[in-house]
Design a protein. Structure first.
Lengths: 133, 246
């Protein structure tokens, strides 16, 4: 036996179980945050399909006619809102913006992001409702 | 008044005898409200069971040696007051996500290797001779990196990070926070030298922003912030035509 093997210390590595995310509230809400991306992704795939139907002409493309799509959209809405909320709330941590050589407070960045979200939602809503009439 | 007592449950593991760790209970006097978990461990070692092994040094939250898991949360045991747990028992286990060497002592080798890999020192292309004077910095320049320089290498952030727990190849929170500390330092010119480690698939991109590293940090460092901001900076370096500047 080599000297290295003789002096090597046996260690124990505790296994990390599949339920690690139930150990703490913070881990749980992280998983919820990540999970909400899944319905969003599925909704976008469905939307792509609906847009693809537009290739058959205007008569073939009218998503509100699909009851299943409307129901699925209603289910996805709270997930989308929660995911957007958590994403924008974290923007203050991620973004480092300087104004006049001074870093902007993260609260200002977050407020700006939420403000932009609100304005964008109103504009997109107005366009969709306006063109839908 | 009857003397208060508290139950401490500590992990015991002897690599020469045990297959896996076990918990051992100690009922000890809780005589003083200023007692911390480290005091309880020291009491056990001095009066009950001298074979209990754990790391500690300064007992004032500076050296970062006494990090352990206290009732499920990574903490510096010198800063975890028994009064915050009493009359419940206190369970002290080794830091999560690290191999256990003995009792409450974990193997730090992986962390030390990762720490060294990001070159946590000021790198200059050409050193200025001592006679030329000091590298001067404004308060704003110091403010850029100050919070990241508070890290004491206690590894609590690694113990709290499920990403590191699931994949030990991950460079980890403290190492990346320290890399950012030096990259943001106006005296440093070593960003390009650190980039291969930081932008490696096991570097910043492995992090999925759980954020618990920042919650448990005893010194108020925000490693999650360091990692996310480094992701953005690294992307900008890649995308923008002027991004590859020093």
């Amino acid at each position: 036996m080599s000297a290295e093997a003789e002096t090597a210390t046996r260690t124990y590595r505790p296994p990390m179980g599949a339920g690690w995310w139930t150990r703490k509230g913070h881990y749980f809400w992280y998983m919820v945050r990540e999970f909400t991306a899944l319905p969003l992704a599925l909704w976008l795939l469905w939307l792509l399909y609906e847009i693809q139907r537009a290739g058959r002409g205007p008569s073939g493309y009218y998503p509100p006619n699909s009851t299943a799509f409307v129901i699925f959209s209603a289910i996805c809405l709270p997930f989308a809102l929660y995911h957007s909320f958590t994403f924008l709330k974290l923007a203050g941590v991620i973004l480092r913006v300087k104004l006049l050589d001074k870093p902007l407070a993260s609260g200002v960045i977050v407020a700006t992001m939420f403000g932009t979200w609100l304005v964008a939602s109103v504009v997109v809503g107005a366009v969709l409702i306006g063109f839908g009439r | 008044m009857a003397d208060k007592r508290i139950t401490i449950r500590a992990t015991r593991f002897d690599p020469e005898k045990d297959k896996s760790p076990r918990l051992q209970s100690y009922d000890i006097p809780f005589s003083d409200d200023s007692m911390v978990v480290l005091d309880a461990l020291n009491y056990i070692k001095s009066h009950v069971d001298g074979s209990l092994s754990y790391r500690w040094s300064c007992r004032m939250g500076i050296c970062g040696s006494c990090g352990m898991t206290v009732n499920g949360t990574p903490k510096l045991t010198c800063s975890a007051f028994l009064r915050d747990y009493w009359p419940r028992s206190v369970t002290v286990t080794p830091l999560n996500n690290f191999p256990i060497v003995r009792d409450l002592v974990v193997d730090m080798e992986d962390f030390m290797h990762k720490l060294k890999s990001i070159k946590p020192w000021i790198i200059r292309k050409q050193e200025i001779p001592l006679g030329a004077g000091e590298h001067r910095q404004t308060m704003d320049q110091i403010g850029e990196f100050r919070q990241f320089s508070q890290c004491i290498n206690c590894m609590l952030c690694y113990a709290a990070c499920p990403v590191y727990g699931l994949d030990n190849e991950f460079l980890g929170p403290a190492a990346i926070a320290l890399a950012r500390r030096y990259n943001l330092d106006s005296r440093d010119q070593g960003t390009k030298e650190r980039l291969p480690m930081i932008a490696h698939p096991d570097g910043i991109w492995e992090c999925s922003f759980v954020g618990e590293c920042s919650v448990v940090c005893p010194k108020g460092v925000d490693p999650a912030k360091a990692i996310q901001q480094t992701k953005l900076d690294t992307t900008m370096r890649f995308v923008l035509p002027y991004g590859n500047r020093e």
